[in-house]
Every structure is written in C-alpha cells, then in structure tokens.
Ligand binder design. Structure first.
Ligand code: PMP
Length: 432
C-alpha cells in the first residue's frame, strides 16, 4: 500500500532519474516525511515503529531536540567547510573520539561517509606498509568506492571485479553453510586462524586486515568473541595492521561494549578504526582514528572539503553527549537483552527461523526454507512487507540470498516499544 497518490508518482519519478542499482525496500516504497523518538510517518500519515533507524543512522532518536538545537544554532552562525581554517567543533569532537577510541596517541580524520572513512583507512594502510595486498573477510561490506568495493566480500554489493587492491578473503566473519557451520566457537577460531596462517604462507607483504566486528550488511552475523584477538597474534608479529570497521557496531550499539572490537579485547584496540552512520544522528559524519605513526605516514596533502564541517560536528557533539549522559549503551544492553529473549520465544517453533542472533540493539533473524538449510529470500521479503503493513520498519541482509531480518532501532528504544515491535513481528512471521 502506498502512502498516497503523490508517493506512487514520486516512485515513478525516482525510477526515471535515479540509477537502477539504488535499491529501495518494499514493492511500493515508503516516502518518510517526519519522525519523532522511535517513530516515523509516511506521506499518507501512517505511523511506523522504526526498528531500522534509517540503517543505523538515527542512532539516538528521531528529531532529538538537543541535536536539532545544536544544528540550528551552528547553522545560524556559519555553514562552512572544515578545511584551511581552525574549526572548534571539529577539534572538540576529535578530542572526544580520540579518548573514547582506546587507541594511544590517536589522530582523527573526519569524512562524510563510511565509504570515505574506509577508503582513507586503506590509503593509510597501503602507504604505511608500502603494499596493496589486503586481507578482508568473506561476506563483508565496506562501502561503495573503488577501494571499498574491492574489499567487500559480499558479492551482492561488489559491482566490479576490477580492483586497485589485491584482496585475499579470510574465513571468520560468518560461518556459512560449509565445513565451518557446526564447529564449536573454539574449534571455529582455531580453523580460521589455521586458514589465515596458510593464506599468509602464500602471499608477500600484506598491508592490513579490514573487518567488521559484527557484519552489518552481511546479516548481523556474530563471530565468536576473541576471533580478532586470535587473528591479531598472527598479524601483529608480521606488522600487518588491523582496521576495525565500526560503522555499524560503534557507539554502544552492541550493548556490552562501546566498540565492537571490545568483544575481542585481549588484542587491545585496533591499529585503525573507522566510524560513520550513527554518530551524527542522521547528519553525514564519518571518520578514521589511528595512532599518529600510521595516520601521519602520508607525505602529501589530503583534505576533505566537507568532512568535519561545523554543522555536522555540532550535531555529533550534541548526539555524543546525549548518548553518554543517558547511558544509551546500557539501554541497548537492557532493552536489547529483553528483545532478543522475546524474539527467541516467538520464533522458537517457527519453521522458517534458523537462528536469532546478535547483541544489544543489533539483532538478526536468519530465515531458511522449512526443513532445509537453504536461504529463503522470498520469505524475508514477505516478512518485511507484512511488518510494514503492521506498522513496523525492519531491515534485511545477508549474502547474495538476502535471508536475514535485521533489527537495529534507535538506541533510546523503550521496553514498551520493544514489546510493541516484537508483537508486530510475531504477526508478520506468522503470515508467511
Ligand atoms: N562499512 C559498513 C560496515 C557499513 O555497514 C557501511 C554502510 N552500510 C559502510 C561501511 C559504508 O558507509 P556509507 O554508506 O556511509 O558510505
């Protein structure tokens, strides 16, 4: 059902002018016109509980007054670029992120997107190590630039096979359906480490491993805690850098930790950390954190005209303050913990549900064709449509066969809203 006639017309105009490869959710895509808290409204006035937060961009809440006020006040003073002159909000946000990152002697470079952040991380790693060989994870997603797609293992999101990098794909981010599927966590880590060592035996110098602590687009997969610590023991003695892509997992989303890498904490912080999405609560902020020795290895100028622009930085500062002062990481742990229990209960005997996984407010439900281990993309699409009819927005993801439902609400989700969303999802799951 479309919001109204105007929305159908807009869809036709979208089709006529926007590239075919920009995908939209739903048979009749939604035009979101406004939002408040954890809810958004479409052009026809229908209200939806937002369990996907604009793919994690609305990290805190829609129309959060503190962030809106910071944006308007800064916009009233000046809307400007971040380069050539001193920029107070940028320095202040960089100082706070440097402290929070756990990376010693950290430097922060702001970009406008996660793609540009990863692109910069790869530029740094290859320049620092003087090689273009990169390790990436199977089923990964790191963005849409030329270098980011060439470390994206998820073929559904890697539209070219030409690559400026020589990329080798490592096991570990997802268990898949092969020989790794049924190993215990400890045996799985052992097998992945053996695979990595074997791979390194056949390569020359490698610059870095880039990895998402939990794969986002890949379907909110959950590698066992400690996997990257074990990888690090292999990589660090060889000087190979670890780039943690925290674009989806950062800022307390996983509840137990502020950063996804902390689930692998024995290894300490990554050499390079990239972030984006949620920190601006919808404004375009991305960035890279690395220790000075790595960050300062570039010996030519490199700027981003809009990365770190004062209006986005004002939003980031207000949003970060809000989420720390209101302990939204703790909220993600508490409310996410209740939600995952509820989802396990309602899906326990559902023939399509293979697994409920994730942590905090980053939860995935993997669907299969009943009685088989085969992906069920048509079922995922049907649940998405049914949930939308019921007034709930969720996401989907996974490998080429998009078969996982993804749940990532704003971090301020209340218990009552978690219950409301679970009830709608239960009805949607029963409709297939
Ligand atoms: N890395 C990860 C883990 C992501 O999920 C995404 C976006 N889905 C990106 C990078 C790219 O971010 P952006 O779309 O802001 O370029």
């Amino acid at each position: 059902m479309t919001g109204n006639g105007h929305t159908a017309d807009l869809h036709a105009r979208h089709r006529a002018v926007i590239p075919d490869w920009v995908s939209l959710y739903y048979r009749d895509p939604i035009e979101i016109t406004h939002g408040e808290g954890r809810y958004v409204w479409d052009a026809g006035g229908k209200r939806y509980l937002d369990f996907f937060g604009g793919i994690l961009t609305t990290m805190t809440a829609h129309a959060l007054p503190e962030v809106t006020k910071a944006i308007t006040e800064q916009a009233g003073r000046i809307i400007h670029s971040s380069t050539l002159y001193l920029n107070r909000p940028m320095v202040e946000l960089a100082e706070r992120i440097a402290r929070l990152s756990g990376i010693p002697d950290a430097r922060v470079f702001f970009t406008t997107s996660g793609t540009e952040a990863n692109d910069t991380a790869l530029l740094l790693a290859t320049a620092h190590r003087r090689t273009n060989q990169i390790l990436a994870m199977r089923n990964s997603y790191h963005g849409r630039s030329f270098s980011a797609v060439s470390v994206t293992g998820n073929r559904a999101w890697s539209p070219t096979t030409y690559s400026p990098l020589q990329t080798l794909y490592v096991h570990g981010g997802v268990r898949g359906r092969g020989p790794y599927a049924h190993l215990s966590d400890a045996r799985f880590i052992e097998a992945c480490v053996a695979d990595l060592e074997d791979l390194l035996g056949h390569t020359g110098d490698v610059a870095a491993l880039i990895a998402e602590p939990i794969q986002g687009v890949g379907g909110f997969t959950s590698p066992p805690d400690g996997l990257y610590a074990a990888f690090r023991e292999v990589l660090a003695p060889r000087g190979i850098l670890w780039i943690a892509d925290e674009v989806q997992t950062g800022w307390g989303r996983t509840g137990e930790h502020f950063w996804g890498w902390q689930a692998h904490a024995a290894s300490g912080p990554p050499d390079v950390l990239t972030f984006a999405k949620g920190i601006g609560n919808g404004m375009s902020i991305g960035g890279v954190v690395a220790r000075a020795e790595v960050m300062n290895c570039l010996n030519a100028n490199s700027i981003s005209t809009f990365g770190g622009s004062p209006v986005t930085m004002a939003a980031g500062l207000a949003n970060l303050s809000y989420l720390l002062e209101h302990d939204l990481q703790g909220n993600a742990r508490r409310v996410g913990g209740l939600l995952v229990e509820r989802l396990r209960a309602i899906t326990a005997s559902h023939p399509f549900v293979r697994e409920v996984r994730g942590r905090g407010l980053m939860l995935g439900i993997e669907l299969v064709r009943p009685g088989t281990d085969e992906a069920a993309p048509e079922a995922a699409a049907a649940v998405l449509e049914a949930a939308r009819e019921g007034g709930l927005l969720i996401g989907k993801g996974g490998g080429h066969d998009t078969s996982a439902l993804r749940i990532a609400p704003p971090l301020s989700l209340t218990v009552a809203e978690a219950e409301e969303g679970a009830a709608i999802l239960e009805r949607a799951l029963h409709s297939i």
